[in-house]
Design a protein around this ligand. Sequence first.
Ligand SMILES: [Mn+2]
Length: 316
Amino acid sequence: MEYREAAELLLRQNNILILTHKRPDGDTIGCAVGLCQALREQGKTAWVLPNEDTTTLFTPYLEGYLAPEEFQPAFVVSVDIAGKGLFTPAGEVWLKRGIDLAFDHHPSQEYFAKETCLDAGRAACGELIYDLIRQWGPVSPTAALPLYVAVATDTGCFQYSNTTPATHRVAADLMETGIDAQKANKLHFRTKSLKRLKLESLIVDTMDLYDDGAIAIAAISLADMARLEADERDAEDIAAFVGQLEGVHTSVTIRELKDGACKLSVRTDETLNATKVCALLGGGGHAAAAGCTVPGTVEEAKAAIMDAIRKVQANA
Ligand SMILES: [Mn+2]
């Protein structure tokens, strides 16, 4: 479904619930809040489903938007959710009952919703939501700020390879609403906790390099997190860190999860397709940034991802 059709479809609805993905990032949260605000400005009752994984970096954006328990939606929308495995436990309840409309920018979209508005050419789902809500009239600063955060965070402050001229045009439009973009950028890109710096230090000390340093694999175990007393906020977008090392073309960041599994984030340049690598392990994402979850220890995850990388390299 095209975003203009989606804009019309949404205007015919009321009592709308918006779902974000597991381990939410700035894009999914920013999209949910921006869309929720814009719907309210259209006179709709709209709420965002609480997401238990939200870190304190993003909870302030959700203030006033979280659905009360008694809210009974008539229309359920997901933002930035690529697949069924990315729903939160609370979101899965709605997945079973049926998602009415999904907005996404992942080429690995699984088409779980009745209607899907997908644009894989967009760096952030926030760009798509901006195009959607401006169909209803001028975008307010209250809706613009979370959408700016969505676009800025999903592009690493407009530095990742997904950033396009259109991304900058959207960001410029959002800035022109009068939002404090500097403040948002300072918070999300130029502020690090001491624990975060210690996490980065740990990665530097323990990462594995292959192929003369072209491949870097970093791992953070639950024991590491506990020893540094770090939380998810300290680890926000840590997957972008190891790829900053000079000479690295493919970087993998492994996070040990509580349930005996590991979450892997793969970042690549044009020499390798990250989605193809992660697809071999049941994951997905974008060509330059993808992820997957594998059972087992950190060491087993390292072996699994190196095996997947070698297979994709062999077929390239
Ligand atoms: Mn996204």
